[in-house]
Design a protein around this ligand. Structure first.
Ligand code: NCD
Length: 308
């Protein structure tokens, strides 16, 4: 659900929503005057119940570049550990003056629950295997910068699709902008057909690689599968890892992406991480700009929502 006030997922999003945020992010990247005044005095709280490097830091930088204050809510040291309910914790954060919370949690739907208890803006920074909307938008920005119009471009997402919130959000954003999305992995790690209503699935990586304009590699998300569900990591790496040799089957113009963290030598050969066709560093950088666009959009509407 994506409303004016929250950014929870891209499930019901329409093309103009993605286009608007991507183009605003491009403006921020090009340099918007007085950007440090846009959210001056606003308070954004990061609630990360799962590890994060890229998403948490880029949200913090995005908030600060817009003039907002970023606070880290340390869940392990909070009163949630003393038995305080989530509802009371959210009420407390609001009383302190928080305008937005950015939440990551292992349970799908947790940010949606939190949004029911918090009158400000809630951003989903990753909920279980469900959604990671700003990663989807960052990947869309990276693709648009590369190809302009995505109509007819093929985006191939490879690896552990079934447990990946990034796959779902990045696939949706690329699809909304006109790309053809193909998901590739062992049958156990693919979503059920037809995938999310728009993507094609294959288990044949060799056949899929040459036709792709962009290849997004994913790690095996061991923490999200029970042991019975997941094929052995070495087997997945052998069959679906992008080795130097396999990468030679990619079209000369095709780009390589990965949301991170990369497990070098498993889903991606170490030499490919910073190879010429790699856009991994761009994805991280673009994460800052889409998060600026997303914070501006949702907080820009927050007062009106509160008044309603
Ligand atoms: C991902 C995440 O945590 O969802 N990373 C990210 O935010 N860029 C991907 C992952 O954990 O594999």
């Amino acid at each position: 659900m994506t409303t004016a006030c929250h950014l929870l997922d891209l499930d019901g999003a329409q093309r103009p929503f993605v286009e608007t945020l991507v183009s605003r992010a491009r403006q921020f990247k090009a340099g918007v005057p007085n950007q440090g005044l846009r959210l001056r005095g606003r308070i954004v709280v990061g609630m990360f119940f799962e590890p994060s490097t890229r998403t948490a830091t880029s949200y913090a930088v995005a908030a600060q570049r817009l003039g907002a204050v970023w606070l880290d809510f340390r869940s392990e040291e909070s009163s949630l550990r003393k038995g305080e309910s989530l509802e009371d914790t959210m009420r407390t954060l609001r009383a302190i003056g928080a305008d937005a919370v950015v939440v990551r949690h292992r349970e799908a739907g947790f940010p949606h629950l939190l949004a029911r208890h918090f009158p400000g803006s809630v951003h989903n920074a990753g909920d279980g295997a469900h959604a990671h909307p700003t990663q989807g938008l960052a990947d869309a920005l990276t693709l648009v910068e590369e190809f302009g119009d995505l109509t007819g471009r093929r985006v191939l997402i490879v690896g552990d699709i079934a447990h990946s919130r990034v796959a779902r959000s990045s696939a949706k954003a690329a699809h909304l902008l006109g790309a053809d999305v193909v998901l590739c992995g062992p049958p156990l790690l693919l979503p059920s057909q037809p995938a999310w209503g728009f993507a094609a699935c294959t288990s044949d990586l060799e056949a899929a690689l040459p036709g792709a304009d962009a290849v997004i590699m994913l790690r095996l998300q061991i923490e999200r599968g029970t042991h019975g569900e997941l094929p052995p990591a070495d087997d997945v790496a052998r069959a679906y890892g992008l080795t130097l040799q396999r990468s030679q089957a990619m079209a000369p113009h095709a780009i390589l992406m990965h949301p991170g963290p990369v497990n070098r030598g498993l889903e991606l050969a170490p030499e490919l991480v910073a190879a010429e066709r790699s856009r991994i560093a761009h994805q991280v950088e673009n994460g800052v700009y889409v998060r600026m666009a997303a914070l501006e959009r949702t907080l820009g509407h927050a007062d009106r929502e509160h008044a309603a």
